[in-house]
Design a protein around this ligand. Structure first.
Ligand SMILES: O=C(O)c1ccc[n+]([C@@H]2O[C@H](COP(=O)([O-])O)[C@@H](O)[C@H]2O)c1
Ligand SMILES: Cc1cc2nc[nH]c2cc1C
Length: 357
């Protein structure tokens, strides 16, 4: 726990003076002020995070955290739990959507086994398995406090090791059949939102299964004592408690990825519903971490907009995607790179001899 507090305390505010410098530079470029819209927001934010007005990211990583969910035994997904280890192998062999989009963006995929319910071996697999899947949160707490903290710390360490190797831009990815149920429960517990608003179709369930999924989330909240009024929903202690009771190992790992990126002053790109649930937990554990996050896309999963709103993030893209894996986040790398090139390559009014308004 002390190590957790140390990590949280090592996160500092972004450099406001570099945000201002980036803004001044943007206003010298040959365009009407503010006309590049969100690209300018990205450029300012990334400057503040890194402390550089024109950062260029040579090495970019998408970290795909994988874990299984005990709650799958309640029948809440359109796919069987075996898909989690099968997709992990697909990531390792380069055939998944995230691999294709990562290659397109010049990024590398790092697949981390946080808690897959299978014995996986592959030279490129980052093995940080805490246990084989979570417990069924509709019956008991999904994780112990020790397991939760261990998983968060593993995420921080994965980022620390990549930073050591020169990676300075991170995308959050995940794989875990059942994890939209866990993420919806996190959203309900941390905001007080009704399960019927937070629960979505995940991998594609029908109306009947959706109603059942809502009841499973409500049961998990009741069993774990998370449907009470007299709780301070925004405290760090409560966020850790929620993550432990209704979270997941890949979600906890992603909380660690955010904390690790923030403490290393690196931008971290949030993906869809599940990684946003991790973002909400991280923002409650370490409020300063929120300014290191960039939201990539608005997922089709019901409840995603509420999650982003709770963290205070605005998505760059709306592509009707709902795959996860980090696909939306890695797609947004292209926009972050574009914003960096605008800062570096655009002519100023002075250099191009263009009249100011
Ligand atoms: O990123 C999203 O918004 C998203 C929305 C729906 C589903 N997913 C992916 O689908 C899996 C979870 O869906 P489910 O139905 O099994 O809970 C998991 O592997 C996620 O990566 C991801
Ligand atoms: C095939 C498949 C791929 C995925 N990638 C992320 N979640 C997924 C769920 C399924 C079912």
């Amino acid at each position: 726990m002390n190590r957790m507090q140390e990590i949280i305390d090592s996160i500092k505010p972004v450099y406001q003076e570099v945000v201002n410098q980036a803004n001044e530079h943007l206003n010298q470029l040959t365009k009407p002020q503010g006309s590049l819209g969100k690209l300018e927001d990205i450029a300012r934010q990334v400057a503040g995070i890194t402390g550089e007005v024109m950062p260029i990211f040579d090495k970019k990583a998408v970290i795909v955290m994988a874990g299984d969910h005990g709650v799958c035994e309640e029948g809440i997904s359109a796919y069987p739990a075996e898909v989690t280890p099968q997709m992990v192998l697909n990531f390792l062999y380069g055939g998944a959507a995230v691999n294709v989009l990562a290659r397109h963006a010049g990024a590398e995929v790092f697949c981390v086994d946080m808690g897959v319910n299978a014995d996986l071996e592959h030279p490129d697999l980052v093995s940080r398995k805490v246990r084989k899947g979570t417990r069924n949160m509709a019956r008991e707490a999904a994780l112990t406090l020790d397991e939760t903290v261990q998983a968060i710390q593993a995420g921080v360490e994965v980022v620390d090791e990549l930073v050591e190797k020169g990676y300075r831009l991170f995308a959050m990815g995940e794989m875990g059949i059942g994890n939209t149920t866990a993420s919806a429960a996190i959203l309900c517990a941390l905001t007080g939102l009704d399960a019927s608003i937070a629960v979505g179709r995940g991998t594609g369930i029908d109306d009947g299964k959706w109603l059942h999924k809502v009841s499973v989330v409500n049961k998990a909240l009741d069993v774990n004592g998370l449907r009470v009024d007299e709780v301070n929903r925004s405290s760090a202690e409560y966020a850790l408690d929620v993550l432990m009771k209704v979270g997941g190992l890949e979600i906890a790992g992603l909380v660690g990825v955010i904390l690790g990126a923030a403490k290393n002053r690196c931008p971290v790109v949030v993906d869809g519903f599940i990684s946003s649930a991790a973002a909400l937990v991280a923002s409650r554990l370490a409020p300063l971490s929120a300014s290191y996050m960039l939201a990539s896309h608005l997922s089709q999963e019901q409840g995603h907009a509420k999650l982003l709103e709770a963290v205070g993030l605005a998505a760059m893209l709306q592509m009707d995607m709902r795959l996860g894996e980090g696909t939306g986040a890695v797609l947004a790398f292209n926009l972050i790179d574009a914003a960096g090139k605008i800062m570096k390559e655009m002519a100023t009014f002075e250099s191009a001899g263009v009249s100011r308004g």
